[in-house]
Design a protein around this ligand. Structure first.
Ligand code: SAM
Ligand code: SF4
Length: 454
């Protein structure tokens, strides 16, 4: 047992070291979900076991997202409910971490004085110490680091799944897109050493994991900051040698950094999935310039061509923002046209949300809310149609599906993903979870495929 663990247990009354329980709620991206698995690992070291029932929790942790205003509103509405739970069970602690906590720090106490602990994105590893500090002093505690520690600590982890694992390989982002709060709350790019990543993946393979997803806000920039420089393709090829790992994925890429070398490494590595998520954000050159994305539409088109030439079966997905300040109707329609032209497999879409610290939040030419949502509705219709078209060629084909579990809608149905990240539903039993099975596709709709187990 670590020193921290002994210290925490000794603060509890009674002779037997009681186990306490922690409930973690996560908003936002895979990076946050992965961080939450590390929070569970860290808290386990001081005797907190995960509970999925919030009523039982002695510690409630909210891992927040700041990417859009809506995520923050949701956070305060959750916290309001947590306060009632805390009132009903005095002694329960509330900790808030993640991107909003990084940005707001102890200012969160003035809006929600019942929060006990605030911690940021750069000091997850400190949470156990902060919990103990709160228990010992009885005082609220807020700690936010401005940067990640020089030597990245290896964090314990409790994964929420035993066949597919997230592996963070790079933190932060060096771009400064004019709408995005990420560089402010996640800091500058910092890659993990390739040997450390490889060691983690080998351990995952030994533990029976079949799939790894390499994570980063800009995963395609992996290794640019290392000495000597390194690139994501080399890392993928190295992981491709690890026996037992059947699928390698990586998210999220930036079109500029997804070089032909990386595409080539994916093509050469049999276990690297032919799936590329490359957010385009807008299909209009003036908008892309004002977003400071660092590429124009022709550059992006060329990337798509490069992928499709090298890996004809590849699925390509993207993210788009509508109603960016100053976006005219015609410019918005350029985005609609490019989605149809490039035939994406799927796109995430969002109405522009002005974020603190970002230049575009202060621009005068904000698009009215109704207009943004009108554009979003049209965009989503086109995305649905394009995804449907992209799914139709799967009809009658047999695909490998990594089974994720029971379908949420139908307990007799199982759900999983193809190598190209398409969701597939089929009749099957729960014991297939975690296995890779052959499924023949019988129907294709915009959001999923349906098939039969062979
Ligand atoms: N690094 C990725 C890239 O280069 O595009 C994106 C990471 S960001 C966490 C995920 C998505 O959130 C973005 O692709 C973008 O579409 C969306 N997003 C970011 N800031 C936004 C804002 N202010 N309003 C609406 N959507 C936003
Ligand atoms: Fe945000 Fe992605 Fe731009 Fe970085 S590259 S600033 S994470 S949108």
């Amino acid at each position: 047992m670590s020193i921290l663990a002994e210290k925490s247990r000794s603060t509890q009354s009674g002779s037997e070291p009681a186990t306490r329980s922690v409930y973690v709620e996560t908003f936002g991206c895979q990076m946050n979900k992965s961080d939450s698995e590390h929070l569970l690992g860290l808290l386990d070291e001081i005797g907190y076991e995960q509970t999925l029932s919030i009523q039982d929790a002695d510690l409630m942790v909210l891992n927040t997202c700041a990417i859009r205003g809506g995520a923050e509103d949701k956070m305060f509405s959750y916290l309001g409910r947590w306060r009632e739970l805390k009132d009903a069970k005095p002694g329960t602690l509330i900790a808030v971490g993640g991107c909003v906590a990084q940005d707001e720090g102890k200012k969160l106490f003035s809006r929600a004085p019942y929060i006990d602990i605030v911690f940021g994105t750069h000091n997850l590893h400190r949470l156990p110490e902060l919990v103990i500090q709160r228990q010992e002093t009885g005082k609220r505690v807020a700690e936010v680091f401005q940067e990640l520690p020089e030597d990245l600590p290896e964090l314990p982890v409790i994964r929420q799944n035993d066949f597919s694992a997230w592996v963070s390989v790079i933190y932060g982002c060096d771009y400064n897109c004019t709408y995005c709060i990420v560089p402010y709350v996640r800091g500058r790019e910092k890659s993990r050493a390739p040997q450390e990543v490889l060691k983690e993946v080998k351990e995952l393979a030994v533990a029976g994991f079949k799939e790894v997803t390499l994570l980063g806000q800009n995963v395609t920039a992996y290794g640019h900051d290392l000495e000597p420089k390194y690139h994501l393709g080399t890392l993928i090829e190295m992981i491709g040698e690890v026996e037992g790992i059947k699928r390698i994925r990586f998210i999220t890429g930036h079109p500029r950094d997804l070089t032909p070398e990386i595409i080539d490494s994916v093509a050469k590595t049999p276990t690297a999935c032919e799936y590329f998520h490359i957010p385009m954000q807008a299909g209009d050159d003036r908008t892309l310039r004002r977003m400071a994305r660092g590429y124009l539409t022709d550059f992006y088109r060329k990337r798509v061509e490069q992928i499709r030439e090298r890996i004809p079966d590849a699925a390509i997905t993207s993210d788009f923002i509508v109603g960016f300040p100053g976006e005219t109707q015609e410019e918005f329609l350029n985005t609609v046209r490019i989605i149809e032209e490039l035939g994406f497999d799927h796109c995430n879409s969002a109405a522009y949300s002005p974020r603190p610290h970002t230049p575009s939040a202060n621009w005068a030419d904000q698009v009215p809310e109704e207009e943004k949502f009108e554009r979003l509705r049209l965009l989503n219709t086109v995305i649905g149609e394009t995804s449907h078209k992209a799914n139709l060629p799967y009809l009658d084909r047999t695909v490998d599906v990594l089974v994720e579990g029971k379908s949420a809608k139908n307990p007799n149905r199982m759900t999983g993903r193809t190598r190209t990240n398409k969701l597939v539903n089929f009749d099957g039993t729960a014991d297939l979870t975690g296995q890779i099975v052959d499924v023949k596709i019988l129907a294709a709709n915009p959001w999923a495929l349906r098939g039969e187990l062979l």
